[in-house]
Design a protein around this ligand. Structure first.
Ligand SMILES: Cc1cc2nc3c(=O)[nH]c(=O)nc-3n(C[C@H](O)[C@H](O)[C@H](O)COP(=O)(O)O)c2cc1C
Length: 192
C-alpha cells in the first residue's frame, strides 16, 4: 500500500513539494485536452504543487504486440510515472472510449509491473467539443487504472463545450469544471 503522509513542514522547501505528473491522451498540436492540461497545471501550481508534463510522444512506444522486445521507452515511462506523487490523465474520448495512444502506453508499461500504477495517486480529466465532457472515456480509464491497482480520485474533471470553457489566457472558466478542478486538487492534497 502506498501513502506518504504530507506534513506541513514538507511544503517548506520546493525540493520536497509533491510532484504531480500530467499525461495527455492527445498528441495533436491544437488539442483541447492539451489546453485543459495547461489550465490544470496552472491551477495545481497556484495550489503550491510541483508539476511535470509527461509527453507520451517523447517515449518510444510502438503499437504493442507480444513479439516485440521491450522498447527502452517503456521502462523509462514507468519510472517517470512512479517518481510522481500524483498523476492526472487528461484524455479525449474516441467513440465512447479512451484513445489508443493512452491504452498503448498503459498496456506497454503494465508488462513491466504494477508499481507505477500503485505508487502515485491518480486523477482523470477530459475535454470534448460537445456537452458530454468525456464521461464515457473517464469511466473506462478509471476502471482500467483501478484494475491495475491504482488509487484513483473519485473527482473527475469533465469539460464539455470546449470552445466556451477557457478564456483568452487559457484559464478554465466554465462551471462545473472549475469547481471540479479545485475539488480534485483538494482531494489530491488529502491523499499524497
Ligand atoms: C476517432 C474519433 C472519435 C471520437 N469520438 C468521440 C466521442 O465518442 N465523444 C466525444 O465527445 N467526442 C468524440 N470525438 C471528438 C473529439 O472529442 C474531438 O476531436 C477532440 O477535439 C479530440 O481531442 P483533442 O482536441 O484533445 O485531440 C472523436 C474524435 C475522433 C477523431
Amino acid at each position: 500500500m502506498r501513502r506518504k503522509t504530507m506534513h506541513e513542514s514538507d511544503f517548506m522547501s520546493s525540493d520536497t513539494l509533491p510532484v504531480i505528473g500530467f499525461i495527455c491522451g492527445s498528441l495533436r498540436d491544437e488539442s483541447i485536452n492539451k489546453r485543459l492540461e495547461k489550465a490544470l497545471i496552472k491551477r495545481f501550481k497556484r495550489a503550491g504543487l510541483k508539476t511535470t508534463s509527461i509527453n507520451l510522444a517523447a517515449y518510444d512506444l510502438p503499437l504493442y504486440h507480444g513479439d516485440l522486445d521491450l522498447p527502452a521507452g517503456v521502462k523509462k515511462l514507468a519510472r517517470k510515472i512512479k517518481s510522481c506523487d500524483g498523476v492526472i490523465v487528461v484524455s479525449p474520448e474516441y467513440n465512447g472510449g479512451l484513445p489508443p495512444v493512452l491504452k498503448n502506453a498503459i498496456d506497454w508499461t503494465s508488462t513491466t509491473g504494477k508499481a507505477h500504477f500503485e505508487t502515485p495517486y491518480w486523477g482523470i480529466a477530459s475535454c470534448t467539443p460537445g456537452p458530454m465532457s468525456g464521461i464515457m472515456c473517464m469511466r473506462q480509464i478509471n476502471y482500467i487504472l483501478m484494475r491495475l491497482g491504482a488509487h484513483v480520485s473519485p473527482v473527475q474533471v469533465g469539460v464539455g463545450k470546449a470552445q466556451l470553457a477557457f478564456d483568452s489566457k487559457g484559464e478554465l472558466i466554465a462551471e462545473p469544471s472549475v469547481s471540479l478542478a479545485d475539488n480534485l486538487i483538494e482531494d489530491m492534497l488529502a491523499h499524497i
